[in-house]
Design a protein around this ligand. Sequence first.
Ligand code: SF4
Length: 323
Amino acid sequence: MKEILNVSNAVVEYDRQGLKVRAVAGVDLTLNAGEILGLVGESGCGKSTLGKAIVGILKTAHGEIVFDGSQVKKLTRGQRPKHFRNLQMVFQDPYGSLNPRRKIGAQIADGLVVGGSSRKDALHEAQDLLEKVGLPRNAIDRFPHEFSGGQRQRISIARALAAAPTAIVADEPISALDTSSQAQVANLLVNLVEEYDMGMVFISHDLSIVRRISDRVAVMYLGKIVEIGTVDQIWNNPSHPYTRALISAIPHADGTGFMPQDLPGDVPNPMSPPSGCRFHPRCPLAMPECAEIEPAFRTLSDGRSVACHLQTEGSEPVSISIG
Ligand code: SF4
């Protein structure tokens, strides 16, 4: 497997009321070609901020994000257009990311023209891409408002594909769609990752979709990854108490997120994160050292990584049972 993305100790900060808040507080992860990495966590845990930092829309304050061999933070003005072609982002709101006054054929063709096609060839290729995402070829002459939400998301995906990217960061790409469109767009993304041998970071609060389409899953809590492993490892034998609570989560009625079961309290304020393990005030298995010592990320014998004092580097995962 070819590694195309390596995130190492990435920190993203923003100012709030004169204070520096760490929305992403030291994240490590990798992405391979042809792989879908699901990124999950409660609302406000920093997953969208991390996605934007990976793409280069937000700057990291510390750490490194290396994509296709180049450090994202150090890209020169001349290198950035190529980077943004190779690493595309698909957003939750497809309408907001499309120009309402331009025909969609022209918008898809832009990426192809930048890649070297003539405008005439690009419009023809745009029709091919529309077909690939399940829309009619004659849709090139229509405007974004003439399509449904699911169709607009397909258009944004076609536009992303026009740049022949190496990877896509998809930030809640299906959460604004109706149920049948959600399944169709998720299946489309899976097929495209395979066909184009791309990598994809799939950010979502919809755990059932993440489970269905991802190869690996990273679980994020209050700005940090607490566990990262294969879908089977995460769902069949979670090794972090937060992961255990998460997989029994109940979706919010309004579809905006989920509530992990069997956990006291809410996610703490990132302006003043707890000492030691950030999860300790809510962890049913917390020990005295958890409030003092931050658990290092450790790799277990089955290859997953986890940040919890209950687990030991190189050992079999200790089964977690709560509630
Ligand atoms: Fe719970 Fe301690 Fe593990 Fe944190 S380090 S998840 S508080 S047991």
